[in-house]
Design a binder for this molecule. Sequence first.
Ligand SMILES: O=C(O)C(=O)C[C@H](O)[C@H](O)COP(=O)(O)O
Length: 213
Amino acid sequence: MTMTPQDIGKATEALCRKAPVIPVLVIEDAAHAVPLAQALVAGGLPVLEVTLRTPVALEAIAAMSQVAGGIVGAGTVLTPDDVTAARAAGAQFAVSPGATDRLLDACEAADLPILPGAATATEAMRLLERGYDTLKFFPASAIGGAPALRALGGPLPQLRFCPTGGIDTVNAPDYLSLPNVLCVGGSWVAPRKLVENGEWAAITGLARQAAAL
Ligand SMILES: O=C(O)C(=O)C[C@H](O)[C@H](O)COP(=O)(O)O
């Protein structure tokens, strides 16, 4: 089977509409995976992105995929090999800071919906030309934040975004109020210290706050 970019856009848009925030997770200890996923899902954030930036990321994706109510994807997906590995671990979607044709070919062939990253009008236009209309805007705050994304929506109103990078509870509403934003991504709902200390109830509290944005 091969997913079309249009199928992928429908799938990622549905994921982005499930909650206002997709937690971006950097997991250092596989034992944290399940309780962390349970804590976030309990707080109302079902869609979870595990970055492929640590040695245990794939193991964490596999474990978290068993958590009821969770939809687990892989972040920092850069290459076709990452796509194969993420798929095999049970990831239901992929997120990339950017996009290459090789990466998109691999996701389409593997039936793995992807949120490809764009930071400029040209990058967004290239993705749109290929059929992708639901994108990640990265690194959101550093490239102009909500005003930049609002400005892109002028000439490119058909694109929808999940901005990520430097977003927190304070600036998230600026993004979420834009017509071209479906949800935001961010690591603030799972701070390293709380995860290390196993403070799952506190993480559920942060998730609840994020889910209400
Ligand atoms: O690794 C990736 O592909 C990413 O997705 C990068 C993340 O979007 C940022 O690391 C978000 O991090 P914060 O700025 O801490 O919220």
